[in-house]
Design a binder for this molecule. Structure first.
Ligand code: GH3
Ligand code: MG
Ligand code: MG
Ligand code: MG
Length: 320
């Protein structure tokens, strides 16, 4: 049987162990109905320090995948029942696992078919173990690179919409989100409310205790506001000491309940800007519910006006 491969198993293994360092313990599932091939590949990859499992049919592979999540599935194409391309489609559909297909029937299956089924690579039998190993390593490298890139992209997206000081969404995200919510509420006639909040006499707080102490208050504001929200609500720091809460599917009186809770919790919070000094801040709030046909500018302006009235009428209060 060893003649089947252009390099004998033993020679290949020795050769590679000699020239390459040990790979990390990645997991591979081998699927082939040719038991001799399955076992020889399994033995080779085990010797290369991969965690290996094998199946002699696509059905068995599907079963194994329920509990075993390899980095790569290496599958034969021609198999009874479900073939390797069908298995590839199923794996790509259900899991984020790379598939390499191997076949000896190069005339029957094209590279294109395998790629279209979702395979990341394709290898013709008979193959040399060195080639298989190099292809596996390349797939693992590319998968690691892709994971890193995806994570970076995700982190960057998150960073672009987050306020660094409070962890709330930033003003860019506020205008993006409120625009969408206004459009949605108008198109589907849904309730939508908005709160705008501004800390009272915050300039004085900064002047008295310093900017860094002021920043601590802003951070606490982020936590207090977040703790008062329901699952659909979202909070934003849209200015220096100005915050907004978007409340989808919410009537004005419910929005006022949320706003009042925030106002009360802000007032209750104790700050210690200096050893032995206990102080607190208050917040003024404007609340509004969108009316039929109202546009974004008008909606924000009405909320802002309500906030202005809270300020004008003595602060530490909510106005609709
Ligand atoms: P009012 O009750 O009318 O809102 O009075 P105010 O002093 O809060 O309002 P004003 O708009 O005059 O001042 C806002 C102050 O907020 C100015 C600035 O000192 C402070 N501020 C804005 N952004 C930040 C920030 O990022 N960190 C800190 N520590 N303070 C900030
Ligand atoms: Mg076969
Ligand atoms: Mg302000
Ligand atoms: Mg203020």
């Amino acid at each position: 049987y060893q003649l089947y491969f252009t390099v004998s198993r033993k020679a290949a293994v020795q050769g590679i162990l000699f020239v390459s360092e040990k790979p990390m313990a990645h997991a591979i599932l081998i699927v082939d109905d040719d038991i001799a091939i399955k076992e020889s590949v399994e033995e080779f990859l085990s010797l290369m320090d991969y965690e290996v499992k094998s199946a002699d049919s696509a059905f068995q592979a599907v079963d194994i995948l329920k509990t075993f999540k390899p980095d790569i599935v290496l599958t034969d194409i021609m198999m009874q029942g479900m073939d390797g391309l069908e298995l590839t489609r199923l794996i790509r559909d259900q899991y984020d696992i790379d598939v390499m297909v191997m076949t000896g029937y190069s005339a029957d299956y094209s590279y294109e078919e395998a790629i279209n089924a979702g395979a990341s690579d394709f290898i013709f039998k008979p193959f040399r173990f060195e080639e298989l190993n190099l292809r596996i390593k390349r797939m693992l490298r590319e998968a690691a690179f892709k994971r890193e890139r995806d994570k970076l992209l995700k982190d960057m997206k998150q960073l672009a919409i987050t306020d660094g000081l409070t962890g709330l969404f930033n003003s860019r995200q506020f205008f993006h989100q409120i625009k969408q919510e206004v459009e949605r509420s108008q198109r589907y006639s849904r309730n939508l409310s908005l709160l705008m909040l501004d800390i009272d006499f915050f300039k004085k707080y900064n002047d008295t205790w310093g900017h860094l102490e002021g920043d601590k208050v802003l951070m606490s504001m982020g936590m207090i506001i977040s703790s008062c929200l329901r699952s659909m609500d979202s909070a934003y720091r849209y200015g220096g000491e100005e915050f907004a809460v978007i409340l989808p599917e919410t009537e004005l009186n419910e929005a006022c309940l949320v706003g009042s809770r925030i106002k009360d919790n802000v007032q209750k919070a104790v700050f210690i800007p200096k050893h032995g000094v206990k102080t607190s801040v208050t917040v003024s709030i404007g609340a509004a519910q969108i009316v039929k046909g109202e546009d974004l500018t008008s909606f924000i302006k009405r909320t802002d006006n309500a906030l202005y009235l809270s300020k004008k009428n003595g602060r530490n209060q909510l106005t609709v």
